[in-house]
Design a binder for this molecule. Structure first.
Ligand SMILES: [Zn+2]
Length: 290
């Protein structure tokens, strides 16, 4: 994705991993391949690998720069995290995320806010880095905004699970360093930047809205995972915690943004990643911004 300009704000993407390894059946078990085949004219080659029969998926975050703020939204999978149960998240040292932050002209010290749309392991990884045997905040001068409901939920699940391991190495060190801000999902920074509740995929999921002059962007995390969900707004992944709530959130999101100039930055759409929701007699469609 080329960096985008929204009014006076620039938004660049940092990729941890772009992957064609995902069998769509593991994400959307009830969708037959014919559905993807019938949308080949716009999905090929960006969102579906028609040779392999797999969805193309991206793990990325964004850095948003305005005159007042430098904000990282979602910190992906990270390096050095022990994730044996999820080989795709066991990236060790092969992630491009920090190099791409540098390519966007941002040093970790300059970041004032880190916003994690939710606390799944693929959205919190680069919160911390492993140094001299301990996990330290990657962004030493930032406040990290965690949704209160997410903190309450993920800190109370059983200690031995995969999610709890992620919480332990990627959220707890931030809290212990005094850099966390536990916030409600409608928390505002100022009149150009605020959070909005978008719950369902997880219990306290939020989106980030940025406005400058008359231009507007929304970074919507896992409100949707793949453009096929624009065609089928009811379609949830097996990883959505509350499917009913996820559907409601997604439908409201589409109704609000369809055929508007609001640029949408989903948490997992493959390059070019940013784009627009457009209305269609049958559901909606995704219009990538090339
Ligand atoms: Zn995710």
């Amino acid at each position: 994705m080329k960096p985008k300009t929204v009014g006076d704000i620039t938004i660049a993407r940092m990729v941890d991993k772009e992957s064609t390894e995902h069998r769509y059946q593991n994400w959307f078990p009830d969708v037959p391949q014919e559905v993807f085949d019938s949308h080949r004219d716009w999905m090929d080659p960006y969102f579906f690998d028609y040779d392999a029969g797999t969805i193309i998926f991206s793990y990325h975050g964004f850095v948003l720069k305005s005159e007042r703020h430098t904000v990282v939204v979602d910190t992906c999978i990270g390096n050095d995290k022990e994730r044996e149960a999820r080989p795709l998240y066991h990236l060790r040292n092969d992630t491009r995320y920090m190099d791409e932050l540098a390519a966007a002209g941002v040093h970790p010290e300059e970041v004032d806010y880190v916003m994690c749309t939710h606390l799944h392991g693929d959205h919190i990884g680069w919160n911390t880095k492993f140094e001299n045997g301990v996990w330290k905040p990657t962004f030493p001068n930032a406040k990290y905004l965690f949704s209160r409901k997410e903190i309450e939920y993920w800190s109370s699940i059983p200690e031995d699970g995969n999610h709890r391991q992620a919480y332990r190495d990627s959220v707890s060190p931030i809290v212990e360093a005094g850099q966390s801000l536990t916030v409600e999902t409608d928390h505002g920074i100022d009149d150009s930047l605020w959070l909005e509740p978008s719950e369902g995929h997880t219990i306290g999921h939020y989106s980030v809205r940025a406005k400058s002059n008359d231009a507007e962007a929304v970074l919507c995390g896992d409100v949707m995972h793949h453009p096929i969900q624009c065609v089928m707004p009811d379609l949830c992944t097996v990883f959505c915690m509350d499917q009913e709530e996820t559907r409601k959130t997604r439908k409201e999101f589409f109704e609000r943004h369809a055929d508007t100039d609001v640029m949408v930055f989903p948490g997992h759409f493959a390059a070019p990643t940013a784009g627009y929701v457009v209305g269609h007699p049958d559901g909606y469609r995704w219009k990538p911004d090339f």
